[in-house]
Design a protein around this ligand. Sequence first.
Ligand code: KG4
Ligand code: ZN
Length: 346
Amino acid sequence: MKVLGIESSCDETGIAVYDTESGQIWQRLYSQIEKHREYGGVVPELASRDHVVKAAPMLVDILGEIGGTAALDAVAYTRGPGLIGALMVGANLARGLAFALDLPLLGVHHMEGHLLAPMLAGDSPQLPFVALLVSGGHTMLVEVRELGSYRILGESLDDAVGEAFDKTAKLLGLPYPGGPELAALADSVGHSRFEFPRPMTNRPGLDFSFSGLKTAALTIVRKNEPLDDELRAAIAHAFQEAVVATLRIKCMRALEETGYRSLVIAGGVGANRRLRSELQQYLQAAGARLYFPALEYCTDNGAMIAYAGALRLLQGQTDEGVSDVKARWSLESLPPIRRSTAEGVN
Ligand code: KG4
Ligand code: ZN
């Protein structure tokens, strides 16, 4: 089954086709970062307009590569959560195409796309597992007993971790979105004279809070202005260490509490090398295994939507009766995916 996946929930237009028989992926990805940079964040109206301009030509391009519309068997798109206007562009394109070609259509949960992204490389985590989803809009620990059945163990009570990276990067004068730049700066030094708090780690529970780190960064920046490159790197390093330690402590706690031996890390911040290596080291010592997507499938992309959609479409789940997109959408409300379907997919 060749499934088209359309992702347009925020500032990336992702169009991909995933073949469930061969595991082959064709994809195009366009990032609007340059459009939003001068505003220091994503401007929803500009995002929608740019998706309108870019999505259709990217779709035509990819259809040319796979042998035209006749090669498609189904269409999946991101139904939410995300920016309403941006989501509507992808949803309408998907609906129009599915209607014209008489193909099954399914709206996919963006975070399920992220969560299943490690499986795109054929590296399927052993069920049951815990997933750490870390992106610009979400930070959550999810218990996955069966694919499609999700229980949120903990989440951020304020800023998402990607948001904390981006806001702290802005304080350091780095261009938007500063997460990857801050990480590169942090990795350029081996230690720091600064120390950030590890929020909510000294009390029980699996929730997170990252807004305090941003305030801590602001206090250090104010005290040490004007910043030179060395100071900037020292602050970035201390910030990243605090985030990584906080996420690691909560991940280990979640594994301990559930008794599970597998951890999936996904979402944009999952691309962070320091976080990956820290988790790798601690999980190995605990006899557990870490799964993560290829770097290109960590941040928003169409392939993860095509894949998550394919698992559900294969067992007949479609958008029958669905007509809205969702700015907010609980991961826990999704119907399960039967395991036999997931196992039949490459
Ligand atoms: O999953 P994603 O592409 O989009 C959302 O669904 O939000 O995540 C984007 C977020 C941004 O906040 C970005 O700064 C952050 O992921 N990010 C990183 C790294 N790469 C992307 N944060 C820290 N280190 C990185 N290497
Ligand atoms: Zn995302």
